[in-house]
Design a protein around this ligand. Structure first.
Ligand code: GCO
Ligand code: MG
Length: 401
């Protein structure tokens, strides 16, 4: 059996997605997510121009060799565009291998290590009372872990806070701009977490995403001030290019740290993991080289008491979510999976067999990943440019969004 064709499908059912579909000479197909939010066409071009021609005629069973061929063979290693393209090929080949074996992919990864994949949902609110109702609605639907994002009265646009049912930060073609204030954020947030913890008691796992906006010493202060509210994790307190920043945070607080949604290879998080500077690794299938490479990251993490906490925002397609769930079910050091349900149009374009029940996601039991793309329907939702926002300080200085 050989790879007979590979197609890159760009569509926008509710938001933009890039998908790779591989077909074999035996008529089997496999799908991989290749979506890089705000930079979609760069990955589509990388795949179309530089990867698809190399796939034709290859043996689809040789997943590891194909991964090495695309990684080492490009000479230019790593980077989000390259690694997202490799991830799409890798994911599609695992899907095909599962179909050939007649087994769901988690069985090929060693089988089930747990009965379901614990997920967290996103609660937010324009006021603390709204936030408490939002958390309550997740609890009533069975969630045992909830991310809490609060509006800050002095900040007009706040990351993670939106009245829309489905939060989508990538909206305008030219990035929207908002003004950020670390001072107001640090002053307001501990009181919010205090109210949420008081209302819901110690049993509910609470998380918060700083979205890369603090310096290490500011993050250390925040981590300390949140200790009484026992967060499961504080996410991306500081951009992670400099691991030493995390050492400084660690010296001051026992609040657990989660990092890595923008990582694209094991080398981005190697020191953070090896020196136990973080508690959860947030890398995910689509942006970190596919199932093959993410498994390698998770295995390294397992050696260093770091658990998994894969990114699962709406810009990761149901194909990525399906692949993530197979890996989550199998690895020994699974922690928590982010789950933001997609728009109904997205779910229609990507028919999938995973299901939510009582705080857990369960992957499909079908052979392969249990997900596909309806290409005819996808064609009805053409790509439209959409960028992530940017953030500035009051004096106009560009800040991390
Ligand atoms: C999260 C993330 C997202 C990102 C988005 C960028 O924790 O879910 O921070 O909200 O902002 O995925 O594309
Ligand atoms: Mg995040």
């Amino acid at each position: 059996m050989s790879i007979a064709a590979a197609r890159v499908i760009v569509c926008s059912p509710g938001r933009n997605f890039v998908t790779l579909k591989i077909e074999t000479s035996d008529g089997l197909t496999g799908v991989g997510d290749a979506t890089l939010n705000g930079r979609e066409l760069a990955v589509a071009a990388y795949l179309n121009e530089h990867v698809v021609p190399l796939l034709i005629g290859r043996d689809p069973a040789r997943i590891e060799d194909t991964w090495q061929y695309l990684y080492k063979g490009a000479y230019w290693r790593r980077g989000p565009v390259t690694m997202t393209a490799i991830a799409a090929v890798d994911t599609a080949l695992w899907d095909i291998k599962g179909k050939v074996a007649g087994l769901p992919v988690y069985q090929l990864l060693g089988g089930r290590s747990r009965s379901g994949v614990s997920v967290y949902g996103h609660a937010n609110g324009a006021t603390v009372d709204d936030l408490l109702s939002s958390v309550a609605s997740f609890v009533s639907r069975g969630y045992r872990a909830v991310r809490v994002q609060a509006a800050i009265p002095e900040i007009s646009e706040m990351y993670g806070v939106s009245a829309a049912a489905i939060y989508e930060p990538a909206s305008a073609a030219i990035p929207a701009e908002s003004v950020w204030s670390t001072e107001h954020y640090l002053a307001h947030l501990p009181g919010v977490l205090a109210r949420v913890r008081a209302e819901f008691g110690p049993g509910l796992r609470l998380l918060h995403d700083v979205h890369h906006r603090l310096t290490p010493i500011e993050a250390a202060r925040l981590g300390k001030s949140l200790e009484p509210y026992a967060l499961t994790w504080l996410e991306d307190p500081v951009p992670a290019e400099l691991p030493d920043g995390y050492r400084l945070i660690r010296q001051h607080t026992t609040t657990p740290l989660a990092v890595g949604e923008v990582f694209n290879s094991i080398w981005d998080g190697e020191r953070l993991i090896r020196e136990q500077l973080i508690d959860y690794i947030r890398a995910t299938v689509v942006h970190a080289g596919g199932i093959t490479h993410l498994r390698r990251i998770f295995d390294l993490a397992a050696l260093h008491h770091v658990r998994t906490g894969s990114h699962g925002a709406t810009d990761l397609s149901p194909i990525c979510m399906s692949a993530a769930l197979h890996l989550d079910l199998a690895v020994p050091n699974f922690g928590l999976q982010e789950y933001m349900p997609h728009a109904p149009e997205t779910d229609e374009v990507f028919p999938h067999g995973y299901r939510y029940a009582d705080g857990y996601l369960h992957p499909s039991e079908e052979p392969g990943l249990g997900v596909d793309i309806d290409e005819a329907l996808a064609a009805k939702y053409p790509y439209r440019p959409a960028s992530l926002p940017v953030s500035r300080l009051a004096d106009g200085t560009l800040h991390d969004w």
